[in-house]
Design a protein around this ligand. Sequence first.
Ligand code: HEC
Ligand code: HEC
Length: 429
Amino acid sequence: MNQHLPGECSLASGALGALCLSLLISVSSCSSTDTNSTGSTAGAAGAPVAGAGPAGSAGISAAGGPSAGAGGSGVSGGSNAGSSGSNTGGSGGAAPSQPGECTPPPVGAPIQKLSLTGCMNPTNVTKFADRVIPYEVNSPLWSDSADKQRGFVIPAGKTIHIKDCAAMPSECLDSADTGKWVFPVGTVLLKNFLFNSKLVETRLFVRNDEQTWVGYSYQWDATQKDATVIPDERRRVMVDSGAGMVSWTYPNRTDCMKCHNPAGGGTLGPETRQLNRMVNGANQIDLFDAKNLFDKPPAKPYQAALVDPLVTPADDAALDKQARSYMHANCAFCHRPDDGDLGMVNIDLRLDKTLKQTNLCNADPVKGDQGVPTAKLLTPTNPQQSILWLRVNAPEDEGRMPQIGTYQVHAAGVKLLGDWVTSIKTCPQ
Ligand code: HEC
Ligand code: HEC
């Protein structure tokens, strides 16, 4: 069963405005009756390298590779061509005849089938292509108990920059941003969501230019033969995981940008303390360095790894580290001082902030009391009197944190934050 949440189109703003335009053609929530599909059929002839053809195919073929993209009509006129070409979300849709090379499509004009993006393996579409560099994070985002796989593709000859706030204060809000990775224009990052080894969604987060990141969601077929791009809408489905039905909600493209906001740095997982991790017997950052992926390799020893938030803590000191790791990964990209969306809320949940600097302890809430008039954001020893805990434990649509992107309470996270609040005896002066 699909649930289309109406009105999402009007949420688009700034760089996302172009997406909205293209969706006017095909998405009912944007109340258009004109389903122009002429671009689609014509586009089928457009092989990636040719890059010629009517507007509809330009968006797709330009994604074929760096050379086609740079010279073709797709990048310079990308959003216009894409939006008039109706290759977003149409049924059937245009199809390039061969896979691209996993580069960003023109804004708002994603390739319809994941198998044709060049990001997936041509002989086994459920696996990443060889050009994708896989990675793991130490402290993942909770996503309604889905398993995840992550990877990225950066353009040949380009490198990843790691923020060093002491050397370059201007690239950071403050020292707590040290170690965040900045990907070059042309990067595509991927994330798979699986239940029981069965893919339900693949997300692409792409960097079109200095200012523009765009996220696309692909919905996997039950047969696992391919995934199809979802128009800019939230879509809730029931998925047969092979071990029971699970509810899954695909975020819309504005949701992507609320979490993947410019203040948080666009990409959210890749930072030294998230990727400082042994995978198959080797440190991932060492491996990337050996591949010359950095403009300047991070100094050793690397920043300390984020601890696994969900193991049983040995003592209160370990518990504190785990709770801070959890909030850094699940909350801090929204709860930092420069997230423009948050108005009056002034908590800072980044790892390097002291408890005092988080502005939680004994602080009055500015956004409501969750039905507990005496509650503070954090009341030492008392989760029931702490908005922080009440909000992670709240029902959907009743102020639950995070407010988007997840739809089920994370029981282990609730316990962790409850135990953490209980362990805090007094507020720091
Ligand atoms: C609730 C906030 C939230 C929403 C909504 C969200 N993401 Fe993310 N996403 C994250 C966080 C946090 C990470 C890093 C942690 C991880 O990988 O588990 C992440 C990781 C990713 C990654 C791996 C690269 C990276 O930045 O770490 C991709 C790709 C991605 N998301 C794509 C998307 C797309 C596309 C959408 C919209 C369709 C989306 N995300 C919506 C929070 C969100
Ligand atoms: C997608 C961005 C986003 C994420 C992720 C997020 N929050 Fe929030 N948070 C908000 C917004 C927006 C509000 C204001 C809510 C309102 O207006 O009711 C808020 C409010 C709060 C408040 C109340 C502040 C006050 O002064 O009233 C607390 C506490 C809070 N969040 C904790 C968390 C925790 C803990 C997490 C991680 C588990 C988290 N948030 C994740 C966006 C986010």
